[in-house]
Design a protein around this ligand. Structure first.
Ligand code: UD1
Length: 367
């Protein structure tokens, strides 16, 4: 039997929940062999190791230990350090997930050596090229051989960009595979009790996009309506490392009413339970828009756009924009309206990784 050797890449926190079910599904098929490479883009225990432990991701075979730096430096470090790994281990395919700098850099290193790339979560577009993730998505999709997509908008985007439909596979959402697989374990988390809040009576906040947190005026505009909301209910804010420093100058806005309570980044199981029991989630993350859709919890997205429109049409997501007025208005609407139960997006059924592994095995046979 011909074996297809796949080098799977992870780098940053949102990659870990995506790779976990893919590695598990590939391990089921004897014609696939997996090597796991961690670029080390995220390296704190709370941003990385905790997720490996909770999601039972095997220990990486290689860690490139690139750490934090400017975009050019971080991307360059991954390129330089990944190339010798590819030369030494000679995988038949490199599989990347999501839209972080590691995704882009590893794809580029691979195709330059003639190694085909598979991109999981391909075709998503915010149409906002000031987002680093949008550039990472565009470039990765342009050079990848196999494009695995989560929603129909992605198929249309790739078609519009002239991609051969034979390269595109609509498989569903691996992040939701992980969510469904860990819902029961998350239910056992005591995070809600530990934080001393009551189910349905608090909000959860995450913010880390450079456009939202790097400029003090932009961050203030976002925090003001949230500070108002905190007079009605406590807001729990697990803080991404890049956001913590930026918050220091806004201390008065954080301490109004019940307060916006800053806590350290949470593990996966705690965070899923915290979201699941909340009244609403406020976020600028991509993945959280998808998770709240399946959890049936209202999501207010603090961005002008989303590359995941199915979470608005078939989910609980609302785009609030980034102005104080927009955010305030959307919060009021969400708190007034009952959360409407809609059918989940097509193929978000917990089997996306199985579909991916089967397509990879068949692609390997046909080569
Ligand atoms: C990255 C991704 C973003 C993703 C996010 C999720 C890119 C371009 N961005 O953004 O798409 O939504 O991860 O978390 O790849 N830091 C630590 N410890 C860590 C990791 C980061 O302290 O373990 C700090 C560093 O000070 C660093 C900053 O966070 O400067 C930003 O980290 P970086 O990986 O460059 O980008 P993120 O903002 O995390």
């Amino acid at each position: 039997m011909r074996i297809l050797h796949i080098a799977h890449v992870v780098g940053a926190r949102p990659n870990f929940m995506k790779i976990a079910p893919i590695l598990a599904a590939c391990a089921e098929l004897p014609s696939l062999r997996s090597t796991l490479v961690h670029t080390g883009q995220h390296y704190d225990g709370a941003m990385s190791q905790l997720f490996f432990d909770q999601l039972r991701i095997p220990r990486p075979d290689v860690n490139l230990e690139v750490g934090s730096a400017s975009h050019a430096q971080q991307t360059a470090a991954v390129l330089q350090r990944f190339e010798p790994v590819l030369l030494e281990r000679r995988p038949d395919l490199v599989l990347v997930v999501g839209d972080v700098n590691s995704t882009l850099a590893c794809s580029l290193a691979a195709v330059k050596l003639g190694i085909p790339v598979a991109h999981v979560e391909a075709g998503l577009r915010s149409f906002d090229r000031s987002m680093p993730e949008e550039i990472n998505r565009l470039v990765t999709d342009a050079i990848a051989e196999l494009l695995f997509v989560t929603e129909k908008s992605a198929i249309e985007n790739l078609e519009r960009e002239g991609v051969d439909p034979a390269r595109v596979h609509f498989v569903g959402n691996v992040m939701i595979d992980t969510l469904l697989a860990h819902r029961a374990a998350a239910a056992a988390s005591d995070v809600v009790e530990r934080l001393g809040v009551r189910a349905g009576e608090y909000a959860v906040l995450t913010l880390h996009r450079p456009a939202n947190v790097d400029a003090p005026a932009a961050l203030r505009g976002i925090l003001e309506p949230l500070s108002d909301l905190s007079r009605t209910m406590p807001i729990i804010f697990p803080v991404h490392p890049r956001t913590r420093e930026a918050l220091a100058v806004h201390a008065p806005l954080l301490s109004a009413g019940h307060g916006i309570r800053l806590v350290d980044p949470l593990g996966y199981l705690d965070f899923v339970r915290l979201m699941g029991q909340s009244r609403l989630v406020l976020t600028d993350s991509g993945g959280i828009q998808e998770e709240t859709t399946i959890l049936g919890v209202a999501c207010v997205t603090i961005r002008e756009n989303t590359e995941r429109p199915v979470t608005v049409t078939n989910g609980t997501n609302r785009l609030a924009g980034t102005t104080s007025e927009g955010i305030r208005k959307t919060i009021v609407e969400v708190l007034k309206a009952p959360t409407v139960v809609v059918p989940p997006p097509p193929l978000w059924d917990g089997r996306a990784a199985t579909r991916i592994a089967e397509i990879l095995a068949s692609w390997g046979r046909d080569r």
